[in-house]
Structures are given as C-alpha cells and as structure tokens.
Design a protein around this ligand. Structure first.
Ligand code: ATP
Ligand code: MG
Length: 250
C-alpha cells in the first residue's frame, strides 16, 4: 500500500497516483487507486463526474459503507471521492479510531489487489493521516520549479509522529522530482539540492514538464492510454520499474 503525499498543492500527486497505477496494471498487477481528496481529481481523471456520485469515500470512512460499493472499474479500479469528503475531517474527528478509518475500510479488499495507491489532499489533516496510517510506503512528488525543502521537513515530522503513535513501519519510499525542465539551470539546481539533502531517497526517474499530463485527464484517461508511445507515458513506466525493483506488494 503506497500513499502519495505532499501538503503543497499542485505538485503532481494525483497525476503520479493515476499514471503509476496504470503502469503497474500494464505489467499485470491488480491495482486499486483510492481518491482521498475532496477535490475528486483522480475520480475525474478517470472520466467520472464527482457531482453525480451517490456514494463515495465519505460514506466509507464516516458511515462504514463497504468500500467495494464505491469502487468503479475504469483503466484501473478507483475508490471514488467527491466534495462530500471535505466533511469527513470534522465527522471523523470525534470518532474513536479516527486515524484508522481508512485502514479498517481497506482490510476486506487488501488481498484482492497487489497494489493499493492512495491519493491525498494538499494538507496534513486527518485524511492524509489516515492515508499514512494505512500505508507501508509514501511517495513524495516535488515540483522542481518551486522546491520547498521546508515543506518536506514538515512532512517528515508528521511521518515521525505517525511512526511513533500509529504505524511504526511507514517510510518514505522515494522523492519524485516532477515538472522538471532540464533546459533551465533552475530545474537542474533543484534536482541537485534534492540529492544533496536526500541522497538515494530521490528517484532516478524524473518527470518532465509537458502539456500531455494536463491533456490526458480532460479525456478521462491516463497519459499511458492517451499517448501510449510518448515520453510522458514512458516516464511513469520507468518509475514503475524503479518502484517494483525491490517492492513488496501489498
Ligand atoms: N509533469 C508535468 N508537467 C506539466 N504539467 C503537469 C505535470 N504533472 C502534472 N501536471 C499538471 O499540473 C496540475 C497539477 O497536477 P496534479 O493535479 O497531479 O497535482 P496535485 O499535487 O495532485 O494537486 P492538488 O494538491 O491540488 O491535489 C494538473 O493540471 C496536471 O495536469
Ligand atoms: Mg491532487
């Protein structure tokens, strides 16, 4: 189980969750992607309209609806979300086991999938804490343009708190440079700075900046389906390879 987290907005969490999920699926793995963001971007990226959903992750987390009932089959299986989910933070906050609601909800489907990938909102609130508590690993996308190492330190502090109190084994699997432009000095410097501070935690795969990533979701598809032979698709296939080398499924 892998969470995609960075409290900074617009760093390609959703893009990475979806395209890595599809890349795993292409390699024959059974994959579930969980949309844990009230914005519902992952849900939309697979061609579904969050406003038309009758039930979503909100009902799973707050009303104990079995997650199977809100899993939609698209390129991959998606546990869908809509704006309702914004109310989950408050509804969960007074519940016993509020940090473990997602972990509990996923238990019955864990063995149906080789990988469960969880997209989180741009905050370190209760939804993200649920994702980090349920996960074995975290992938942290960072935008090379506006690199914020302070933001990464804050995320690491949250993870440390989660390890101490909720999930001793969760760890950063890797930091993924996204929206990389190798033609600019700024882009290259950002990678260098990441490597200096985080060494081998930084994935070798870099996701370059291209409009393809914005075009694909408009068609309700991953970039692997939208432009299967292009460099944007290849980048996420490369990342899948890098993650699978030594990955423990689950
Ligand atoms: N490598 C890339 N190059 C150019 N644009 C990209 C790239 N990756 C993602 N984008 C675009 O940037 C925007 C933000 O990406 P995305 O929604 O994946 O970020 P996010 O971290 O999930 O955002 P949020 O914090 O709001 O959930 C989207 O319009 C997406 O299509
Ligand atoms: Mg997102």
């Amino acid at each position: 189980m892998i969470a995609f987290a960075n409290q900074k907005g617009g760093v390609a969490k959703t893009t990475t969750t979806l395209n890595l999920a599809v890349a795993f699926h292409e390699r024959g793995h059974r994959v579930l992607a969980v949309d844990l963001d009230p914005q519902g971007n992952l849900t939309m990226s697979q061609g579904m309209n969050p406003d038309e959903l009758e039930q979503s992750m909100f009902d799973v987390l707050v009303r104990s609806l079995p997650i199977e009932e809100i899993i939609h089959r698209a390129e991959i299986d998606v546990a869908v979300s809509s704006i309702d989910l914004a109310g989950a933070e408050l509804a969960l906050s007074s519940m016993i086991g509020r940090e473990r609601a997602l972990q509990k909800a996923l238990l019955p489907v864990r063995t149906d999938y080789d990988f469960i990938l969880i997209d989180t909102p741009p905050s370190l609130g209760l939804l993200t804490i649920n994702a980090l508590t349920a996960s074995d690993e975290v992938i942290v996308p960072v935008q090379c343009e506006y690199l914020s190492l302070r933001g990464l330190v804050q995320l690491q502090n949250t993870l440390e708190m989660i390890r101490e109190n909720l999930n001793p084994s969760v760890d950063i699997r890797g930091i993924l440079p996204t929206m990389y432009d190798n033609r600019t000095l700024h882009g290259r410097e950002a990678i260098e700075m990441l490597r200096e501070n985080y060494g081998d935690l930084v994935f070798r795969t870099r996701i370059r900046k291209t409009i393809r990533y914005a075009e694909a979701p408009v068609q309700g598809s991953s970039v692997l389906k939208y432009d299967p032979t292009g460099p944007a698709a290849k980048a996420y296939r490369d990342l899948a390879k890098e993650v699978l080398n030594g990955a423990t499924p689950g």
